[in-house]
Design a protein around this ligand. Structure first.
Ligand code: FES
Length: 332
């Protein structure tokens, strides 16, 4: 039986970066500029990428990179302090100081811009603006026709006002302030009413906003609607989780033939860890892709929020996926 750590699909390299600048960007929102301590270029990233941020006590959180991908000398993340969250954003606001050295993963992207779009619509809700801001920079640099809509409660809650000013002035960016009443803000249904030929839409924001965008984009052509959740969506009354998975099943490690039982109470990632097979996890909610792993045989109930339909034919996320077949063979 193997007890050696086995690599997953995730790139597990981390970087020790210097917090060069912390800026107040909006009510409760700080941006953190992270650079190499020696001034070296950072690993490249594409718009929509995020990094895992390692905090004290083994806490890991994902934050999107908001600056232009052409900037190789820095990653800028923006963090909304969420008093009712799991504590990561609060810890980051309280712990990080300018000149700290912090541990950050290499960028990873589950929310990429698709090549070849004729026109791109970006719709941001609150702090969901961060990946879309990087997209706006990339589209601007590439000369692609785009329009961005940024929904927030009021101007004081909107981040990056200075940086956004040129986009607002040239008519690309539109702010929508609703004073806390979504029905008084952007009419998402109207905006998404008529998809144009070759148009793609990208959106990111809180739960109610995501639901409104998903419903309004239901009639858009397949492959043109892209989104990223920053929290697992809450299920409404009567909305059940998919529930075809077996209570318990076996995962088989293809390289060693090791069989590992997964019980009803544990995830595949938990069971692998228990059996001594290292599996890196981060969000443990099917949001970040850290635990993405290829499977070779078996039937999967996916339960994640990031894999495309195409990816689901070959990959699963070990933190939330279950099996609907007795055995799942993992490419480990
Ligand atoms: S740990 Fe984030 S998707 Fe599994």
């Amino acid at each position: 039986m193997s007890t050696q750590p086995i690599s997953t699909q995730a790139d597990r390299d981390t970087l020790d970066l210097l917090v060069r600048q912390i800026r107040f960007e909006g009510r409760g929102i700080h941006s953190y500029e992270l650079v190499d301590p020696e001034g070296a270029p950072l690993p490249p990233f594409t718009a929509g990428a995020h990094v895992d941020i390692h905090l004290a006590g083994g806490v890991v959180r994902q934050y999107s990179i908001s600056n232009a991908p052409r900037e190789r000398h820095r990653y800028v993340i923006a963090v909304l302090r969420d008093e009712r969250g799991r504590g990561g954003s609060k810890a980051l606001h309280e712990q990080w100081r300018v000149q700290d050295i912090v541990r950050v993963s290499r960028p990873r992207n589950n929310f990429r811009l698709v090549d070849g779009a004729r026109r791109v619509l970006l719709i941001a809700g609150g702090i969901g603006v961060t990946p879309l801001k990087a997209m706006a920079h990339e589209l601007e640099d590439a000369g692609v026709d785009y329009e961005m809509h940024y929904c927030a409660k009021d101007a004081s809650c909107a981040a990056f006002a200075e940086e956004f000013e040129p986009m607002r002035a040239n008519g690309r960016l539109h702010f929508h302030f609703d004073g806390g009443d979504p029905s008084a803000g952007l009419d998402i249904r109207d905006l998404l009413n008529q998809p144009r030929d070759g148009e793609h839409v990208y959106y990111c924001g809180p739960g109610g906003f995501m639901k409104a965008c998903a419903e309004a984009a239901e009639h858009w052509p397949s492959g043109t609607v892209h989104f990223e959740h920053f929290k697992a969506p809450e299920r409404g009354p009567g909305e059940q989780a998919a529930n075809d998975a077996l209570d318990s099943f076996t995962v088989r490690i293809a390289s060693t033939g090791q069989d590992i039982e997964v019980s009803k109470e544990e995830s595949i990632a938990d069971a692998l860890a228990q059996a001594g097979v290292a599996m890196e996890t981060s969000c443990c909610a099917g949001l970040c892709g850290t635990c993405k792993v290829r499977y070779l045989e078996g039937e999967v109930e996916h339960n994640d929020y990031i894999l495309s339909d195409e990816e689901k034919t070959g990959y699963l996320t070990a933190c939330v996926s279950r099996a609907t077949s007795k055995v799942l063979v993992l490419d480990l």
